[in-house]
Design a protein around this ligand. Sequence first.
Ligand SMILES: Nc1ncnc2c1ncn2[C@@H]1O[C@H](COP(=O)(O)OP(=O)(O)OP(=O)(O)O)[C@@H](O)[C@H]1O
Length: 261
Amino acid sequence: MKEQTGSVILRCDEVTVDFDGFKAVQGMNFSLTRGELRFLIGPNGAGKTTMLDVICGKVKPAEGKVLFGGGVDITRKKEHQIAELGIGRKFQTPSIFPSLTVFENFEIAMKQNRGVFAAMRAKLRREERERIAAQLALVGLEEKAAWRAGGLSHGEKQWLEIGMMLLQEPEILLLDEPVAGMTDGETEKTGELLQQIRKTQSIVVVEHDMEFVRSFASKVTVMHEGKLLKEGSMEDVQRDNRVTEVYLGKRRDADASRSTA
Ligand SMILES: Nc1ncnc2c1ncn2[C@@H]1O[C@H](COP(=O)(O)OP(=O)(O)OP(=O)(O)O)[C@@H](O)[C@H]1O
């Protein structure tokens, strides 16, 4: 694993997505290396979520290619095939089982291919228990293993779902606004968790919280109107006039609507 750090794990070449004539993504290039924690930012409607949808197979591009790992073409593969190959997607709303305990949620994630009820009946092997324990510790939910998942805080639910994803052992995690609605403390903890995860996996995060991005990003990709606007360190990105314009323009609009309200 270690010697592979720095090699390309995902490449999107000239991806274009056409929604009935509207090009949500236009000729987008995106490349991710192993062990990277990449932030994908840009104003509303820039095409960020659509890019995640393309990578996980939910949306098929009209043009372009998506290559995974050593160059496996996943452009036309089905969503479940892409998940099996090792790309996990987390959506904004957590998909957990609220009436089951945190531990039971992990148990189901571990045995997902057996179906929910079969998974509940099947006895865990020792190594499976150990993997769950390790995941509980990683996401900081050890002491809440017996809690009903529905009783967790918003942040804890997000961590539970991230932990459940990790039990599937994906090579790439795609996260859409993971800190939306979190407290400052939860946001900080999420950043630290992502830093931990990137030691073994690669992560792409779509994010609007610029404070969070500033604190935890090494490389940032900025999209605007379906295209790549800028890529680099947060400092590089912030210094770029075109990026400032895109964001300031948005702020000016928001200010204008506030002052006329
Ligand atoms: N299924 C769809 N059909 C038609 N248009 C769509 C569809 N999904 C997204 N769009 C449009 O494509 C554009 C890009 O959307 P997308 O959700 O990818 O942007 P985004 O950068 O993630 O924005 P936000 O930050 O607001 O989530 C938007 O104009 C959106 O309205």
